[in-house]
Design a protein around this ligand. Structure first.
Ligand code: ZN
Length: 183
């Protein structure tokens, strides 16, 4: 097995040529050839990091301090870059269905806030329907929240905009309350 493939789970191990190229980018080595000991030392220090990552980190570092650089500084920059990449990846991988639902919820909450602020009055049947959560499969919004504008239109009551099953549930709840009061 060659030295290049011995890094195993530690990640990439740069070749001598790659390390030498990296050192050639540094001011400290620009005027002379690094010794074997130096090459080996840098290679051991940067095990687990690819040549491309190290070069990018070195370039970024040279913009802020052109003097000298330590392996720890290179590794710190690579870790920051990896973290930023991971955060970006997670943001992109977020479930689009969850996003859609979240924005639909926000839109409904927004409408409820508009109602509250403007003092618009709702139809009595609509107000009654909103006192109960919607039992309609796929809608199931909590009490106080307008029904989701999803599913087949005939299932919603045109006058109030709520699902018919919710209007019925509210009427049943009101009837039950009436019976309790009169009992
Ligand atoms: Zn509903």
């Amino acid at each position: 097995m060659s030295q290049e493939t011995m890094s195993g789970q530690a990640g990439p191990l740069m070749s001598r040529v790659e390390v030498s190229g990296l050192l050639a980018m540094m001011a400290a080595f620009r005027s002379r050839t690094p010794s074997d000991t130096e090459l080996r030392w840098w290679r051991d220090q940067l095990v687990g990091y690819s040549s491309a990552e190290c070069q990018a980190a070195l370039l970024a570092h040279s913009k802020t301090s052109p003097e000298s650089v330590t392996p720890a500084q290179i590794i710190g920059r690579i870790r920051d870059a990896r973290h930023r990449t991971e955060v970006r990846r997670q943001r992109l991988a977020r479930d689009p269905e969850t996003d859609r639902r979240r924005s639909a919820d926000a839109a409904r909450r927004g409408m409820a806030a508009v109602y509250a602020e403007t003092g618009w009055t709702r139809l009595p049947e609509q107000r009654a329907a909103l006192t109960v959560p919607c039992p309609e499969p796929g809608c199931e919004v909590p009490a106080g929240v307008m029904c989701a504008q999803t599913g087949p239109r005939p299932r919603r009551d045109p006058a109030t905009g709520v699902h018919r099953s919710r209007r019925d549930a509210a009427q049943a709840a009101a009837a039950a309350q009436d019976r309790e009061v009169t009992a």
